[in-house]
Design a protein around this ligand. Structure first.
Ligand code: GTP
Ligand code: MG
Length: 458
C-alpha cells in the first residue's frame, strides 16, 4: 500500500441525517479540498496551521455550480486521526450532496478509501497499535455502558501498556540469559533467578486470559434464559427489566409460546435476555415445540433465571424444571412475593442446595435491584473490574494463550536442566506472540483480517 496517496470516503452512515462528513487523509488532502472550496472571507485552507474549521461553499470548478454549504475542518499532520493531513467536509446530511463532494475528491486526485483504511493509517503511522485499532471497532460496536468503557480504556492503551510491560520483562530475561551465556563465570548463580521472573510473567498473562471471559460477555452479552412453569411471571420479568411492555402478560398459563429475545443493559452489563414458553407437560403441539426450544436454550445459557410462583406450592413440574437447569449457573427467583407465601427459601434450598435465591414481586418491583447486583457480581468476579484491562478480542486471547504456552515451556526447559540458551527460544516465542497483539510482530495477513471488519470511512 502506498501510504503517501490521499484517500477519501464518506465517514457518516448512509441515508438522511443532520450532517454527512466526507473525510480526506494524505499528503494532498488540503490541496484537493482547496480545489472546490470557496470561502466568503477568501480564507485559504492551506493557510490553516494546526487545526481549524472554515465556513464556505463547495463549488464544482468545472461547471461552476454550487454543490453545498459546508464547514471544513482542516487538521494538520501529525496530530490527527491518521497522523497525516486530514480534511473533513461537513455537508448537509443527505445522499446527493455527500456523494457529489466525494466525487469531487476523486476527480481531483484522491482515491476511494478501503474499509478501515483511516484507522489502518493511524496504525501504520505509529499513532496507535493494533490492540488500539481493534478497540476502535469495539467502541463502534459496543452495546452497553460497560462494553464501551472497556473498549475506550483499551483505545486509550490499557491493554497495550500491560502487554508491553510483560513483553519487556521477557526481553530483559533474554538479555540476562545472553549475558550469562557470554560471560558464564561472572553470574553463575543468577541463572536460577529466571524462574520467578518467568512465573511472574505467566501470572500476568493469566490475569489477562481470565479477563477474556468478561470480555466475551461485554462483546456478546450475557446469555440469560428465564425458565419456569407457566404463569410464574417470566414475561413480566422481561418487561420489568426492559421497562416496557414487550411480551404479552396474561393470567392465562401458556401465554408465551415462542422465545422472545431482547438485548438490554443491566447495571451497565450487556445482557441477551430470553423469555421462554412456560415448561409443562402438554398435548398442545405449538406449546410443545416452544418447550423443546426452551430446553435447548438452557444448554447454551451463561445464566439461568429459574422462576417460581411463591404463592403456590411446588409441583412436579417445578421439580422437572429444576432438573433441566442442573449444572448451569442459576439464580432462583421466588416471585409473587406480594402474595401469601406457600414456598419458603428452605424449600428451594432442599431442591437446589447452593441456590442463590431472590424474592421478587413484579407487581411492586421488589428484588429487581438485588437481581441487578447479582448479575453485576457474577461478571466482575475474581478481581476483574470494568476499568482493569479486559481482553475483548478472540484474536488477542489466542495470542495470549500462545505466549503463556511458550513461557510454560521455558519453565519446563529450565526444570529439565537443559542449557539456558535454549530457554531463549521459548521466551522469544512468547515475545513474538505478545507482539502480535500490539502489532510489532503481526504479519500483513493478520493486519488485513483486522481491518476487513471495519466499515469504509473509519
Ligand atoms: N401478584 C403478582 N402477580 C404477578 C407477579 N408477576 C406476574 N404476575 C401475574 O402473573 C400472571 C402471569 O404472568 P406472566 O408474566 O405472563 O407469566 P409467564 O411466566 O410469562 O407465563 P407463560 O408465558 O404463560 O408461561 C399475570 O397475570 C401477571 O400479572 C407478581 O410478582 N405478583
Ligand atoms: Mg410468558
Amino acid at each position: 500500500m502506498n501510504v503517501t496517496d490521499t484517500i477519501a470516503a464518506v465517514s457518516t452512515p448512509p441515508g438522511e441525517g443532520g450532517i454527512g462528513i466526507v473525510r480526506l487523509s494524505g499528503g494532498r488532502a488540503i490541496d484537493i479540498a482547496e480545489k472546490f472550496f470557496d470561502s466568503p472571507s477568501g480564507r485559504s485552507l492551506k493557510a490553516v496551521k494546526g487545526r481549524s474549521m472554515t465556513y464556505g461553499h463547495i463549488i464544482d470548478p468545472d461547471s461552476g455550480r454550487p454543490v453545498d454549504e459546508v464547514l471544513v475542518s482542516v487538521m494538520r499532520a501529525p496530530h490527527t486521526y491518521t497522523a497525516e493531513d486530514v480534511v473533513e467536509i461537513n455537508c448537509h446530511g443527505g445522499f446527493t450532496a455527500v456523494k457529489c463532494v466525494l466525487e469531487l475528491c476523486f476527480r481531483f486526485g484522491a482515491r476511494p478509501a478501503q474499509p478501515g483504511e483511516f484507522t489502518r493509517r493511524a496504525f501504520i503511522n505509529g499513532r496507535i497499535d493494533l490492540s488500539q485499532a481493534e478497540a476502535v471497532l469495539g467502541v463502534i460496536k459496543s452495546n452497553s455502558q460497560d462494553s464501551l468503557e472497556a473498549s475506550a480504556a483499551q483505545l486509550e492503551g490499557n491493554i497495550s501498556r500491560e502487554i508491553s510491560a510483560i513483553r519487556s520483562q521477557f526481553v530483559d530475561l533474554i538479555a540476562h540469559i545472553d549475558a550469562y551465556v557470554d560471560f558464564p563465570d561472572e553470574d553463575v548463580e543468577e541463572i536460577v533467578e529466571l524462574q520467578p521472573g518467568i512465573a511472574e510473567c505467566i501470572g500476568r498473562i493469566g490475569r489477562l486470559i481470565d479477563s477474556a471471559g468478561v470480555g466475551k460477555i461485554l462483546r456478546e452479552g450475557l446469555r440469560t434464559v428465564i425458565i419456569g412453569k407457566p404463569n410464574v411471571g417470566k414475561s413480566s420479568l422481561l418487561n420489568a427489566l426492559l421497562k416496557e411492555d414487550r411480551a404479552i402478560v396474561t393470567e392465562v398459563p401458556g401465554t408465551t409460546r415462542d422465545i422472545i429475545e431482547e438485548y438490554l443493559s443491566i447495571g451497565g452489563v450487556p445482557v441477551k435476555l430470553m423469555d421462554t414458553a412456560g415448561i409443562r407437560n402438554t398435548a398442545d403441539a405449538v406449546e410443545k415445540i416452544g418447550v423443546e426450544r426452551s430446553k435447548s436454550l438452557i444448554g447454551r445459557a451463561d445464566l439461568v433465571v429459574l422462576m417460581f410462583d411463591s404463592s403456590a406450592e411446588l409441583t412436579g413440574e417445578d421439580m422437572s424444571i429444576v432438573e433441566l437447569a442442573r449444572g448451569k449457573k442459576t439464580v432462583a427467583l421466588l416471585n409473587k412475593s406480594d402474595l401469601a407465601p406457600e414456598i419458603s427459601e428452605d424449600d428451594i434450598r432442599n431442591i437446589i442446595p447452593d441456590a442463590v435465591i431472590i424474592r421478587t414481586s413484579l407487581k411492586d418491583g421488589t428484588g429487581l435491584d438485588e437481581l441487578t447486583d447479582f448479575i453485576y457480581g457474577l461478571i466482575y468476579s475474581g478481581g476483574i473490574k470494568v476499568n482493569s484491562p479486559i481482553v475483548t478480542s478472540t484474536r488477542q486471547l489466542a495470542c495470549l494463550k500462545r505466549a503463556r504456552d511458550a513461557a510454560e515451556s521455558a519453565l519446563d526447559t529450565l526444570a529439565d536442566g537443559i542449557p539456558a540458551d535454549l530457554v531463549t527460544v521459548d521466551l522469544m516465542n512468547a515475545v513474538n506472540a505478545l507482539g502480535e497483539i500490539t502489532g510489532e510482530t503481526a504479519g500483513e495477513e493478520i493486519i488485513d483480517r483486522i481491518f476487513e471488519n471495519f466499515c469504509v470511512g473509519k
